[in-house]
Design a protein around this ligand. Sequence first.
Ligand SMILES: [Zn+2]
Length: 75
Amino acid sequence: MTKIILLGLVIWLAIYVLKRVVNQSSSQPSNTPKPDDSEAENMVQCATCKVHLPRSEAFLVNSNFYCCKAHIPNT
Ligand SMILES: [Zn+2]
C-alpha cells in the first residue's frame, strides 16, 4: 500500500515539474510586442487614391507607395 502512495507521489512530482517547464517556456513569448502593433506600423498610403494597405502589398516607386501598378504615374 505504501508503494502505491509513493508511486502516486512520484507521478504527481513529475507532472508538477513538467507543468513548471511548460509554463516557463510559454511565458516568454508574452513579453514580445503584440503582432497587431507591428501590422499597424507597416500600413502605408497610396499616393494616388489615398487608400491604406500593408507595406508588403504596396509598390514603392520614387519613395512613394502605390496600391496597384495602375496608380503609379508614368514618367
Ligand atoms: Zn491607389
